[in-house]
Design a protein around this ligand. Structure first.
Ligand SMILES: Cc1cc2nc3c(=O)[nH]c(=O)nc-3n(C[C@H](O)[C@H](O)[C@H](O)COP(=O)(O)OP(=O)(O)OC[C@H]3O[C@@H](n4cnc5c(N)ncnc54)[C@H](O)[C@@H]3O)c2cc1C
Ligand code: SF4
Length: 545
């Protein structure tokens, strides 16, 4: 038996690959699901053409927009993606923002669904090149549907599929993109590239399933469940008779023997110990939990490994062209546009920016900031909202802070953020945006710029980086840390550097590659069955049960 641990994007991609090759796979997972009352509300909303306002209110969270570390993103007003982690993993975090997940689907239950592949120029220190990853980006898109546009970005960042949905960009995004295109030659000379965002969202209606109604609720959780979640892929994988999903299991460590591997675990709800024996294990628990499992399995108490982070900062901007009555427009509120900057005077690697236009979180922020004044200033605020866009800017891990991780004697995982001492790159990027404000059609509101702590972007990994010849606390190209033959890490734990573009698509492609390149016959896997064909069907609605 082959075990995969974790039902997030990494775990499901690896399981997909192993099942497609004909292996029998059992997926162990902590498996926390959405609260029953919220599930009921979603079921009701999906049957109704007009959504009752009181039900919508119940799945809208009240974000703490003034929080020091930025708003804590919930899913349908529930914190279930992050629930119960501390009870089992015992994290001691300082100077970093790390929120691992025990959810069925992992952090894809709450993510922003932005996808863009990595390119060779940004991963020069990887032993795996894009030529090797490319077929697996394609495989991932056979079960994760995306919406995209074949535009200017395709020359540098391939789409890897011919089957994709499209979406209606917001009016603000359309105005901005039009402006960029008008100044394309000058922007290109300055190292800017731009285009539509690519989103792992099923926008189009399918058979009896509703499509996007541009209700603007995306950041709270889509009532029609159109945003990709790996939880939906678990349900699809159940079509393989060789697949078993076992929730309520928290893995502590793995012990490798000559003939196989023992997985030492506990039940999540009852905390009772349990064990599983198999031939191989593929661990995709997210960088923090996987690092803890590997350190515990190596008895590496007190040894330090370092996670590489892709640092993020938020740059609110004022766009010259605005949209009237923005609060009543029909729109989606996920990322609208991508802007890629390659200017070696700023950074040797690409800087990736995601453009967000109006969403009602901005109103919440204004209310928090200005209190009662908000009512008096309602008209000017409405005008300003039509002009505000927010850039989420991501840096390559070479230009970002880091996170040190170690295991102490009591089993606690000590996590320490090491922010970049110098703000040189951040200042240089802001200066570049200022200098090009006319061409870009917006200028950054400098006093409102917010830089995140290490880990804040949720784009980190590399504590056991893949190397051609792995040393201590490094892995081979199949994600096996040195000293292990039957234990593979398949999530961002093994990525040698984190590029600025979105991390999850590459985590998934690499996990699929590891599952695909695994040679079970050579490794003595006892039974290889013929795989049942799974319908060539892309991910639609997710149903959490
Ligand atoms: C608010 C937010 C927005 C984001 N937006 C984007 C975005 O737009 N684009 C992007 O590319 N990325 C985004 N990300 C990051 C993205 O969600 C992660 O990169 C991705 O989910 C990582 O996948 P994973 O499978 O490695 O881990 P996870 O998604 O964390 O899944 C881990 C899985 O392992 C299981 N597990 C954990 N520990 C154990 C254990 N000890 N035993 C058993 N099971 C265990 C969990 O139950 C879960 O199923 C975002 C993240 C957040 C939080
Ligand atoms: S706008 Fe967002 S929340 Fe609304 S239906 Fe479309 S994807 Fe879902």
């Amino acid at each position: 038996m082959i075990y995969v641990v974790g039902s997030g994007p990494a775990g499901v991609s690896c399981a997909h690959a192993l099942l497609a090759k004909g292996y029998e796979v059992t997926l162990l997972d902590a498996g926390v699901v959405l609260d029953k009352d919220k599930q009921k509300i979603l079921a009701i909303l999906q049957k109704k053409k007009k959504w009752p306002a009181e039900l919508v209110e119940k799945i809208k969270c009240k974000l703490d927009v003034g929080a020091k570390d930025g708003p804590y993103k919930l899913s349908y007003g529930s914190d279930y993606p992050y629930r119960e982690v501390q009870d089992h993993i015992h994290l001691d975090v300082q100077g970093a923002l790390c929120r691992p997940s025990f959810a069925k689907g992992g952090l894809s239950t709450v993510w922003g669904a932005a996808v863009l592949p990595y390119i060779d120029e940004d991963i020069v220190d990887w032993p795996v090149k894009i030529k090797k990853l490319a077929p697996y980006y394609r495989k991932v898109l056979s079960f994760m549907k995306i919406a995209a546009v074949k535009d200017e970005l395709v020359q540098r960042f391939p789409l890897y599929t011919k089957k994709y949905d499209t979406f209606n960009p917001s009016e603000q995004a359309t105005l901005l993109l039009g402006h960029f295109r008008k100044h394309k030659t000058e922007l290109y000379e300055q190292g800017f590239r731009f285009g539509s965002s690519r989103l792992a969202v099923r926008f189009a209606a399918e058979e009896s399933k509703p499509g996007c109604v541009y209700c603007g609720l995306c950041l709270y959780g889509c009532p029609n469940q159109l945003i990709y979640s790996a939880a939906g892929t678990i349900d699809e994988l159940r079509k393989y008779e060789t697949f078993t999903y076992v929730p309520d299991v928290v893995v502590d460590k793995v012990v490798e023997q000559k003939e196989g591997v023992t997985i030492v675990a506990r039940s999540r709800s009852k905390k009772e110990p349990c064990e599983f024996s198999g031939s191989h294990v593929f661990i995709g628990c997210g960088a923090i939990p996987t690092t803890k499992i590997l350190l515990a399995s190596m008895n590496a108490v007190g040894k330090k490994v370092t996670l590489r982070d892709s640092q993020q900062f938020l740059v609110p901007c004022f766009a010259y062209k605005g949209v009237r009555d923005i609060v009543h427009k029909k729109l989606h509120t996920l990322c609208q546009l991508y802007v890629e900057i390659l200017d070696t005077a700023l950074d040797k690697r690409h800087i990736h920016a995601q453009v967000y236009t109006y969403n009602d979180v901005y109103d919440q922020w204004l209310k928090k900031k200005f209190g009662v004044l908000c009512k008096l200033l309602a008209i000017p605020f409405k005008f300003v909202m039509g002009h505000v866009v927010v850039l989420k800017v991501f840096l390559h891990s070479d230009s970002s802070g880091k996170i040190d991780v170690s295991l102490d004697k009591s089993g606690k995982l000590i996590v320490r953020g090491l922010p970049l001492k110098s703000k040189k790159t951040l200042r240089a990027i802001l200066w570049k945006l200022m200098c090009n404000h006319r061409l870009l059609g917006f200028f950054p509101l400098l006093p409102l710029v917010k830089s995140s702590k290490p880990g804040g972007a949720n784009h980190y990994g590399g504590s056991f980086p893949m190397r051609k010849r792995p040393g201590m606390f490094e892995s081979d190209v199949l994600g096996r840390p040195r000293g292990f033959k039957r234990v593979h890490a398949v999530d961002s734990t093994v990525l040698p550097a984190i590029a600025s573009q979105t991390i999850t698509f590459t985590i998934m492609a690499n996990a699929y590659r590891i599952g695909s390149e695994f040679d079970g016959v050579a490794a003595g896997v006892p039974e290889v069955r013929v795989a049942l064909p799974i319908e060539e069907k892309v991910q639609g609605n997710i149903y959490i049960s």
